[in-house]
Design a protein around this ligand. Sequence first.
Ligand SMILES: Cc1cc2nc3c(=O)[nH]c(=O)nc-3n(C[C@H](O)[C@H](O)[C@H](O)COP(=O)(O)OP(=O)(O)OC[C@H]3O[C@@H](n4cnc5c(N)ncnc54)[C@H](O)[C@@H]3O)c2cc1C
Length: 408
Amino acid sequence: MTIVDRNPSIEDFKAAATAFLDTQFERRSDEAFEWGKGDDRVGVLEEKSPDEEAIELAEAKAFKASEFDAGFGWITGPSEYGGSSLSAAHERAYREISSEYATPNQSMFGIGLGMVAPTILAHAIPEVRERYLRSMHRGDIVGCQLFSEPIAGSDLAGIQTKAVLDGDEWIVTGQKVWTSGAHYSDIGEIITRTDPEKPKHRGLTMLLVDMHAPGVEIRPLRQMTGGASFNEVFFDEVRVPTSHLLGDVDGGWSVALTTLMNERAAIGGGGGGVGTMSMTRFIELAKFLGCADDPITRQRLADIYIRGSVARFTNLRAMAKIRLGQLPGPEMSIAKLALTENMSLISQLLGEMLGPRMIADTGEWGTYAWNEFVLGVPGMRIAGGTDEVMRNIVGERVLGLPKEPKPA
Ligand SMILES: Cc1cc2nc3c(=O)[nH]c(=O)nc-3n(C[C@H](O)[C@H](O)[C@H](O)COP(=O)(O)OP(=O)(O)OC[C@H]3O[C@@H](n4cnc5c(N)ncnc54)[C@H](O)[C@@H]3O)c2cc1C
């Protein structure tokens, strides 16, 4: 059944969504959490073996396809590209309902759908939108973000990967780094330098590159948590059709800003530090360790919960602005900063509560497992713009402080 053609009321839509999810998945709830039962992993970054990852990806793709075919895959998207052309209220209703079900992990689609697809919709020509948006939202293909380079992260405009025009193709040569999910991605949004003579924010061009094209080499990077969720990606004269341009030639900086705003929104909306289920886990951990009655610990747990909620609401405010067609502003940076600050508070409290259990794996359920979370938090403080860069944005754009001096 598809709800695409009939512009349903929210109530009918909710009923259809519930019927769709009921046929496939169990409901999950906080009450269902039982200390000592099930998987005790609480990671921030993805820490899977290649086999686990392949299974998860296959499950996620199968779910995404069924969700899309039923009309719930891209609820607010334009129907010409496979969306259901429904309102943001329908979207919110579906998110709320689907979060109650034990659906497969969808995190591998986060960058593609949260950042690359909105950029394609905003900046690609209709043929390219037609070619990729439907299959991205159906989960048939996965996208990644190819921005950072060894010498250009916060100073993104300093990238050196070059693209040279050759007839109706761009030839891309250079190196990217920290590319999350490149190893299972099919397309990548890549920022390149097309005119080295222009000032660095100009002369940049955004392209959509086939990650399976000849000349693309992907090497995993192992992180301190043990996993390898991101990569170095090398481009050796990789050919990209000129139709796969995003925005204007030498106008890549403003395209990058679209993607980065969506990135901060995606990260800032990530549950305020620990998702609802993990907050339950966190409280159960305090009980297990006998700290739940300690007034200081209780106060800190409440503080973390409140800060998490504020981060979420700040993000919702920014998302509402986007839906009204307004440019998201510094709310994105505030939400991202609020999230990572909260994660640091969580890490600190975890360390104090767990003590040696944080670093010694005795096989006890639900204690050492938090080590993965704590080791992942510094990465979150860097990804999508570092805390320091976010503070600069808030200082300059919200508080009106003088701009930071630029190096010569
Ligand atoms: C988990 C994770 C996933 C990532 N995924 C991707 C991805 O998929 N695609 C991608 O392209 N990139 C990705 N990145 C890279 C990320 O975008 C960069 O790491 C980030 O932008 C910072 O750049 P950098 O590492 O070069 O650090 P640098 O920019 O060199 O910063 C080093 C230090 O200097 C500080 N600093 C820099 N500039 C200023 C300033 N103006 N004022 C004050 N302090 C400053 C920084 O805060 C930081 O502490 C990922 C990173 C992480 C951790």
